[in-house]
Ligand binder design. Structure first.
Ligand code: FRU
Length: 311
């Protein structure tokens, strides 16, 4: 399958959330009321760092590392964290001209605990008052610059309208190649489902599949296909089982997992899979090759701390 006919001229735009991740890598997951330091005996804090986070922001990091000069569109607080975030976007060659700055609010943040013993990542996220992207803010995006727009499945009522705008743009520019629309369905919330019938490519996260009671990749794909457009592509990563995907009535394609020698940092593994898979599809590779590439890059990511060693 090739979603795009020929090499696209436009860029990839990722629409979604942006926050700061405050990450502590501990030797084991702490007990309640335990004090963990760099030299404590029972449990140790091995590393601590700030990282730019949020699913769409992470997608951009990985696309940037792969050399595709992505764009980010989402809201950002005009707080003191802003320069850290903007400098970091620049480091990965991410264009932020469509980041919408909001005065007088706080930057959303996640406290993340990574456990060296199990490879788990526990995320406590808080967005106090940063507004989600508004439809009018998206209207400033020059759609002719883009060949692919990826949407994080959140802020559902606005994103639904925004996707309709992109679809209208596609219908009124039928002489040029349509912009491919992909969505990530991850959050365990009933409302995200309304985005499924609007997308050409749907990434279904395992967390969402578990919430819906889907028992396997094939089960998740079959159920999402019931809601999707007939020719849509449904892609389902499943942790240590790798990933499966299917376009319309074609046969399911699969990839194994590519585990690193040691799992070190699983924060953003799903975001990495999505970005690498989009990158590969964008390059004109087949669905099978693309999910394999997604699994390989996600496997490499979980074997290192953060993103930088992937350069
Ligand atoms: C990882 C992530 C983190 C962020 C959290 C927000 O997928 O995007 O970077 O803290 O999820 O839900």
């Amino acid at each position: 399958m090739s979603l795009l006919k020929g090499r696209p001229n436009g860029h990839i735009l990722c629409v979604g959330h942006l926050c700061v991740d405050i990450i502590s890598l501990c030797s084991t997951y702490p007990e309640e009321d335990q004090k963990v330091g760099t030299t404590t005996r029972r449990n140790r804090c091995i590393d601590q760092r700030w990282q730019r986070g949020g699913n769409a922001a992470n997608n951009c990091t990985v696309l940037g590392l792969l050399g595709s000069k992505p764009y980010f569109c989402g809201t950002i607080a005009a707080s003191h964290e802003r320069s850290f975030i903007m400098d970091d976007f620049a480091k990965y060659d991410v264009n932020t001209e469509y980041a919408v700055v909001h005065e007088g609010c706080e930057c959303p943040a996640s406290c993340v605990i990574l456990s060296e013993a199990t490879g788990s990542r526990t995320i406590i996220h808080c967005n106090k008052d940063l507004p989600e992207l508004a439809v009018d803010e998206f209207k400033k995006v020059n759609l002719s610059n883009f060949s692919w727009i990826h949407f994080e499945g959140r802020n559902v009522s606005n994103i639904r309208e925004i996707i309709e705008l992109v679809r209208e743009y596609n219908s009124s520019h039928s002489e040029s190649q349509p912009i491919i629309i992909s969505v990530e369905i991850e959050k365990a919330k009933p409302e995200v489902e309304v985005l499924v019938p609007l997308a050409d490519v749907i990434f279904v996260a395992r967390d969402y599949a578990a919430y819906k009671g889907y028992t396997s990749m094939d089960d998740a794909i079959a159920n999402i296909q019931l809601l999707a457009m007939p020719e849509a592509t449904v892609i389902c990563p499943w942790g240590e089982m790798g990933a499966s995907a299917c376009t319309g009535k074609k046969a399911i394609v699969r990839s194994p997992v590519f585990s690193p020698p040691k799992v070190i940092d699983t924060l953003g593994a799903g975001d990495t899979f999505i970005a690498a898979t989009i990158y590969s599809l964008f390059e004109g590779k087949s669905l099978q090759e693309s999910i394999r590439f997604g699994c390989k890059i996600a496997g490499a990511k979980v074997g290192v701390r953060g993103w930088e060693p992937l350069r």
